[in-house]
Ligand binder design. Structure first.
Ligand code: ZN
Length: 312
């Protein structure tokens, strides 16, 4: 197993699972694994430490030989000191928790860096595309909707870390209330939760899969709900493209498990939205959209890049 300078471990810590990846000096993923997440500050540190030790053990690599550990978490993160102030899904609330320091101590002093899960996913998606430096946005369709943005090979966070929070751009002032306090936000129409609310799972499978299957079988209501969902995701893509004009918009998050049928539906909606506008048509938006690879834990890979300090 290659180790030494440039090698790192990346963790993508979600509400139910920790995905870990060991990235060698060559930038390739040599080991990866998944473990359950234990919630709460101490539980998160223990789960993370276990994932790091296990992925290194499988690779036959000593912790002292890696550059560092990078961690992506869903929440408000200060990347400068690696603290987390608000990560509801991980049971971290009510104050600043020094996650990087706590995990580093647990691992015997290995340097640890922490960033937001969308940011590391965007870095990882760019890296697995070949790290060609092309501007890219990672659009996560999960509980909410938000994007991580990589421009000129670097993350674009914004002064308050809100760059890419396009889920809270209102597209209908008369629309339903959003958890953020506004009305008719993109997230109310285009997120995984929005889809589940419109088409609750009836057969014990993920709601997106049930909706797309019912639509494929010709259920007229499912056809309508699916088209509206795809239209809303296409609006999110359009907002991203007209703001930062990225080469790639990579669809990720839970809903992207739908795979090709989701991509087809979003491309079709983009083409329909562009059909009346020579300007939009000239941007060839449908060609820029792709799916996050199903076989690579992109967020864990991006976290490893953050951990080894040398980004992309
Ligand atoms: Zn909102």
């Amino acid at each position: 197993m290659p180790s030494g300078p440039g090698s790192a471990v990346g963790l993508d810590i979600g509400g139910t699972k920790v995905l870990a990846a060991y990235l060698g000096p060559d930038g390739a993923v040599h080991e990866s694994l998944r473990l359950p997440t234990v919630r709460g500050p101490q539980g998160v540190v223990a789960s993370a430490a276990r994932a790091v030790r296990e992925v290194l053990r499988r690779g036959g690599v000593d912790a002292a030989d890696v550059d560092g550990v990078g961690v992506g978490v869903p929440g408000l993160v200060d990347p400068d000191d690696g603290s987390v102030t608000h990560a509801v899904n991980l049971g971290i609330e009510g104050g600043r928790f020094a996650l990087a320091d706590a995990l580093s101590t647990e691992l015997g002093g290995v340097p640890v860096r922490v960033d937001n899960d969308l940011n590391v996913a965007a870095l990882g998606a760019s890296h697995v595309r070949g790290g060609d430096g092309a501007d890219l946005a990672f659009l996560a369709l999960g509980t909410g909707l938000a994007a991580g943005i990589v421009l000129g090979g670097e993350l674009r966070r914004g002064v308050s870390g809100a760059a890419g929070e396009i889920g809270h751009i209102p597209i209908d002032p008369q629309g339903p209330p959003c958890a953020c306090g506004q009305r008719g936000c993109v997230e109310v129409y285009a997120s995984g939760s929005a889809l589940s609310a419109r088409w609750p799972a009836r057969h014990g499978r993920p709601a997106p899969a049930e909706l797309f299957e019912a639509a494929a079988a010709g259920d007229p209501e499912a056809v309508r709900v699916k088209a509206e969902f795809a239209d809303a995701v296409a609006s999110a893509v359009r907002i991203l493209e007209l703001t930062v004009d990225v080469r790639h918009v990579v669809l990720g998050g839970g809903v992207s498990a739908l795979g090709q049928p989701l991509l087809d539906a979003v491309r079709e909606a983009l083409d329909a939205q562009s059909s009346s506008s020579p300007f939009l048509s000239s941007l060839r938006l449908a060609e820029r959209v792709s799916l996050a690879p199903a076989d690579v834990p992109v967020a864990a890979v991006g976290a490893a890049l953050v951990g080894r300090r040398k980004v992309l």
